[in-house]
Design a protein around this ligand. Sequence first.
Ligand code: IMP
Ligand code: MG
Length: 180
Amino acid sequence: MSQGSSQDRRIEILFDAEKIAARTQILAGEIKTAGFADLLVVPILKGSFVFGADLLRALHAAGVTLEVDFIFLSSYRDTTSSSGQVNILRDIETRVRGRDVLLVDDILESGRTLAFAKDLIAARGAERVAACVLLDKPGGRAVDIDADFRGFECPDVFVIGYGMDLANRYRELPYVGRLV
Ligand code: IMP
Ligand code: MG
């Protein structure tokens, strides 16, 4: 088992930086192949800010032209379980009517966050709404939804790093791991 450490906690590394980077390149290629037009990429804050930043640059390298805006949604508070309700803390400023929109999230678990975001963007008249998530925990689903593009299937454990947090800590780690 490869190990890291941060803030005096030992961490079991599940997906290291190299593996994430390689997978992100492949995802960018898949997204290019999907042939979006007039693409607006919308990372869902806060958790996806690191993955979003890397994915955007991978999309650029793959030759995809895009615009970026951010939405800030909250369902997780300072706990490791979902509150069930999704709130908009900061909305996108861009009009989506008639456009292709790619939502980007760190983890798809219950599906509530992504379902909320997809419904919101679709209700505003987007032409196509797709989602790309780095990690998928299919065991945790409460809503019937899947990502169009996904990096890795993730075991049913609470993970941190690469943007993902426990009470806003550990986001800076270059890998995804779990506290042991
Ligand atoms: P969902 O609404 O249950 O699908 O949850 C998705 C959101 O919950 C993700 O965008 C994450 O921000 C957060 N989340 C879910 N699982 C984890 C985890 O293991 N670590 C950190 N955040 C998580
Ligand atoms: Mg999130």
